[in-house]
Design a binder for this molecule. Structure first.
Ligand SMILES: Cc1cc2nc3c(=O)[nH]c(=O)nc-3n(C[C@H](O)[C@H](O)[C@H](O)COP(=O)(O)O)c2cc1C
Length: 190
């Protein structure tokens, strides 16, 4: 039995989303395989696995195609990452407007979280982003109507350390209470 400890895992603590990537660093096939493998083992509603990933390495044709559709805010940093991974979600039953799964967006998010944590554990960094022309990218990549591009993940070697500016809502604010007052829980008081 693994020992139970209350502190969060070091990999979760280390994860952050840089905007500065080493534009010389390349990702190996094994690294990319591990990232996909981590996503593959994510949980999903009814094991529906409503995700797909388009891999583009810096310098290849797919990468050039994606970079054309980045918003200026992302074009300033994302192309330097070793890979751009387009995260797609199986949104509808083909040829209909029925949900493929009520949870498809949620499940894709979990798969990308797995991928992100796996990357961190391998010394890589990920920044997910939505700053691109979704319609134009959908058309350019010939994504069928029942699939939806949700985000892109820039993956690579970060050239900066974790900055001091990251912040979060206070821990006591996470627990829901009916009156939306700070939850009076002993768990998060300290
Ligand atoms: C769904 C999603 C969309 C995001 N979109 C962008 C984006 O368009 N541009 C950007 O620079 N960062 C984007 N981010 C990164 C977040 O800004 C970042 O994760 C957040 O500020 C928390 O920082 P941390 O990941 O370092 O903890 C996005 C993250 C997620 C999960």
């Amino acid at each position: 039995m693994p020992q139970r400890r209350p502190d969060i895992h070091p990999v979760l603590r280390q994860r952050w989303s840089p905007r500065s990537f080493d534009q010389q660093a390349e990702l190996s096939n094994d690294e990319l395989k591990s990232l996909l493998e981590a996503a593959r083992w994510a949980p999903s509603a009814g094991n529906s696995q409503p995700w797909s990933f388009l891999l583009a390495r810096r310098g290849d044709d797919q990468h050039r195609r994606i970079v054309r559709h980045l918003a200026p805010s992302a074009a300033a940093w994302a192309p330097a990452a070793g890979a751009l991974i387009v995260n797609l979600c199986h949104r509808y039953v083909e040829g209909t407007d029925w949900d493929y799964s009520e949870f498809s967006v949620y499940d894709l998010g979990q798969a990308v979280a797995h991928l992100t944590i796996q990357a961190t554990s391998m010394g890589l960094a990920v920044r997910q982003f939505r700053a691109f022309d979704k319609q134009a990218l959908t058309t350019d990549l010939q994504v069928p109507n029942h699939w939806d591009i949700m985000t892109i993940a820039a993956v690579g070697a970060s050239v900066a350390g974790q900055g001091a500016q990251r912040d979060r809502r206070p821990a006591h604010d996470l627990l829901w209470s009916p009156a939306r007052k700070p939850a009076e829980s002993e768990i998060l008081v300290s």
